[in-house]
Ligand binder design. Structure first.
Ligand code: PRX
Length: 651
């Protein structure tokens, strides 16, 4: 039965009963086979993190593990290391030298494999090329590229010489690029003539030229020739990548970086205001991503690891580049879209490359569900042994579908919770030992202290509330670039002495955590605080539904009424009878309190470019208001269609 105990923060309504125990053969071979790490980390956190940091290569060992003056943390103080050295040089000493580091697949079907030694040479050469352009330690370098190997090479080359990279997702507009370059005062931009997406060319250099009209700090632009796309070359400022690399040495001394020297800035758009430049430093970040890649993905020497995220997001930074390469893994990188040329592109790649660990986002999984199980069925996916998800709460139905149709019913699924700000996974199962509950990210990793608290900041032992982090962790953000006040205000002011994630969560009687989405997305229906995520999960539980987005709109009587936007699976029809059935389904799963007042069927939902549903815009539609800022939408046309449909339905 759903838990109906009132809580001062967020009510926890849905209850998922299914559990999945790790298969015996998985458990037997797992890197982590028992729970002792949790106790060790809790008893002596500094010693615990120091032991893991010691698995990296340091030029100079640290003298203090942690200096904590809230809200400023310093990890491995006095230590010196280099991130690119840890991802490359140290693997050249043994049998990994000619192991594949990157297997890259271009959207049109081209493929490149770079061994660790190849990657080392490319990075060293490009690091020398950057030095030739005058780039020095501490300079900011903006990167605006498609998903091609040069993107990872450019990041590692920056890290090698101590320059701070700021990767701007290649799907962002010229305006977004310009603002990010100006905020970081970058002096070099690395881009490409273009990239492929759904068979179309993304004109990156053209857009970059637009941005460069308003970026006085940029002195040099490096352009990779990805295709034969025509571009304008600005003499004196623009340089072709291949020409710069011509004749440069393939050895470049790695800059010994202080543990707290900046590694990168990555911009994340909050719900309001200008994007925040999240700052990550070197020693703690590398320790955090190295450790979590090893634990959560249970990495083995022979694994083929594919994280489908674009490197323009933090998931790509931590789990395409730094985490897996620090572990000496074979990483798959794919340039294009999952439905190009057809809806089985991912499964074709899994089969062809023998991918064993696969990490993607719930939004992608829901798209796979919508397209139907016949697409993965066309391919032999038996190489897969572990699946992961990140980015949003995953509805239990999507989790189970993923486990069954992609994982063949035998792969553990790790639902990993973290943020751009946290740098590394913080809440996740350990696949060899954690009993899984679909829809729950399970428990904080060893060394991580995450709690659910109420309005007053008091711990909620069972029930819903706000997710906070009580102890610093190595890969935590060190601030917002150039804005220390905003850093303190945003993360450290809501509850004294702890980091506020901005997410709602509930803790069940077994201590499992269930993420409920951003607290801005909580609805207050007749005095109950209900998370949109739970109503969405109840809707997706219905066999016809592929995806749902729920918002609360103003209502004369209830204060708030629930409006649901629903996408049905391919081949299913939607009508008013189905709408009634769905409302009743929510009542059955959660209770009358969560019954949607109205349901609108739609082919698409408005999403950010990283695939997160923009409920704020749906709320505007449901309230008949002018729709707010749509600049971060992946496809702004979705909103116009939805608005028209909503108005027709509401008469
Ligand atoms: O709301 C949480 C959601 O994504 C937010 C962080 O977004 P971003 O900084 O773009 O980083 C995404 C990739 C790490 C979180 O505050 N989120 C992320 N992972 C999960 C999640 N919500 C529920 N379950 C998750 N596994």
């Amino acid at each position: 039965m759903p838990d109906r105990k009132p809580s001062s923060a967020i009510d926890a309504l849905l209850e998922e009963q299914r559990v999945y125990v790790p298969p015996n053969d998985f458990r037997d071979k797992a890197t982590i086979k028992d729970e002792t790490m949790y106790a060790q980390a809790a008893a002596e956190p500094d010693a615990f993190w120091a032991k893991i940091a010691g698995e990296l290569d340091w030029f100079v060992k640290w003298n203090r593990v942690l200096e904590w003056r809230e809200p400023d943390a310093k990890w491995f103080v006095g230590g010196k290391l280099n991130a690119s050295y840890n991802c490359l040089d140290r693997h050249l000493r043994g049998p990994r030298k000619n192991k594949a580091a990157l297997i890259w697949v271009g959207e049109p079907g081209d493929r490149r494999t770079l061994t660790y030694w190849d990657l080392y040479r490319e990075v060293n050469k490009f690091a020398n090329a950057l030095r030739k352009l005058g780039v020095a330690k501490g300079d900011r370098v903006a990167i605006y590229m498609p998903m091609i190997p040069e993107l990872a090479i450019a990041m590692l080359a920056c890290a090698r010489i101590g320059a701070v990279h700021s990767v701007v997702f290649g799907g962002f507009s010229a305006e977004a690029l310009r603002d990010r370059i100006n905020d970081a005062q970058a002096n070099v931009l690395i881009t490409a003539d273009g990239g492929y997406r759904r068979g179309q060319i993304v004109p990156l250099k053209h857009d970059a030229d637009e941005a460069l009209k308003g970026t006085p700090s940029i002195h040099h632009v490096v352009v990779v020739k990805r295709g034969s796309f025509s571009v304008h070359i600005h003499e004196g400022r623009d340089h072709w990548w291949h020409e710069l690399m011509d004749g440069v040495s393939d050895h470049c001394w790695p800059e010994p970086m202080e543990s707290e020297d900046m590694l990168y800035i990555l911009y994340t758009s909050g719900t309001t205001g200008k994007p925040k430049g999240i700052v990550h430093t070197t020693g703690g970040y590398m320790t955090g991503v190295y450790a979590t890649t090893k634990w959560v993905f249970d990495l083995k020497e022979e694994d083929v690891f594919w994280c489908t995220a674009d490197i323009g997001w933090v998931t790509g930074h931590s789990y395409v580049v730094y985490g897996p390469l620090a572990n000496g893994a074979t990483v798959v990188m794919y340039e294009g879209s999952p439905d190009w040329p057809d809806k089985d592109r991912f499964w074709q790649i899994v089969e062809e490359l023998g991918v064993s660990v696969f990490y993607t986002a719930p939004t992608a999984i829901r798209a796979f569900m919508k397209w139907g199980a016949e697409w993965p069925k066309k391919h032999k996916l038996t190489s897969l042994r572990l699946l992961g998800t990140v980015g949003e709460p995953i509805n239990p139905e999507a989790w189970v579908w993923y486990q069954e149709h992609i994982g063949g019913g035998s792969c553990p699924v790790v639902d990993t919770w973290w943020q751009t700000e946290t740098g590394m996974i913080l809440i996740s199962p350990l696949p060899g030992i954690t009993t899984l509950k679909p829809g729950s990210a399970t428990k904080p990793l060893p060394g991580i202290s995450a709690e659910v608290v109420n309005e007053q900041g008091e711990r909620v032992p069972v029930g819903g509330g706000y997710l906070v982090l009580k102890r610093p962790w190595p890969a935590m953000l060190r601030g917002i670039y150039g804005d220390p006040d905003r850093y303190r205000q945003q993360y450290w002011s809501r509850f004294p002495g702890v980091y506020f994630t901005g997410d709602g969560a509930k803790r069940d009687k077994d201590g499992y955590l269930w993420l409920l989405g951003r607290v801005d997305d909580v609805m207050n229906v007749a005095g109950h605080r209900i998370s949109t995520m739970e109503v969405e999960s109840a809707l997706v539980d219905h066999p016809t539904v592929a995806e749902a987005a729920v918002v609360g709109r103003n209502h004369d009587l209830k204060g708030t009424a629930i409006a649901a936007f629903v996408t049905v699976k391919e081949g299913k029809s939607s009508d008013s009878e189905l709408a009634e059935q769905l409302k009743e389904h929510v009542v059955k799963k959660i209770g009358k309190i969560a019954r949607p007042e109205e349901i609108l069927f739609t082919a698409d939902l408005p999403k950010t470019r990283s695939g997160k549903i923009m409920r704020r815009l749906l709320r505007d539609i449901a309230e008949g208001k002018a729709v707010g800022d749509t600049t971060t939408l992946a496809d702004p046309a979705v909103i116009a269609r939805l608005k028209q449909k909503y108005e027709e339905q509401e008469g």
